[in-house]
Design a protein around this ligand. Sequence first.
Ligand code: 5GP
Ligand code: ZN
Length: 110
Amino acid sequence: MAVNCIFCKIIKGDIPSMKLFESEKTLAFLDINPLSYGHALIIPKHHGAKLTDIPAEHLTELLPVASRIASALGSENYNILQNNGRLAHQEVDHVHFHLIPKPNEQEGLG
Ligand code: 5GP
Ligand code: ZN
């Protein structure tokens, strides 16, 4: 845990979030500023700013959880992104994977 980390505060429950999945090592919740319906963030509970700061055993669940959420949303088209460092557009210094579903074309026309 890092005292001033917004995602550590979400893990602790000090900041509310819309949780999608939680286990001993992993938390997934909806992004507060979604790029599309269902935009989720999947994070290790272990604090670290960049991927290289997180021990491997805290990373193993993240992608399986992301793909399970994509399936649960019925999303066939989606991006998974993970930014490291300011020049790579990282704003929150706690490792996170973005799951960004792409709406089906039919939905867009609806
Ligand atoms: P980054 O640019 O660091 O890869 O993305 C950080 C993401 O965290 C952004 O998409 C932003 O909307 C999201 N975010 C920042 N603060 C909060 C918050 O307090 N709650 C939630 N749910 N998402 C947040
Ligand atoms: Zn943190």
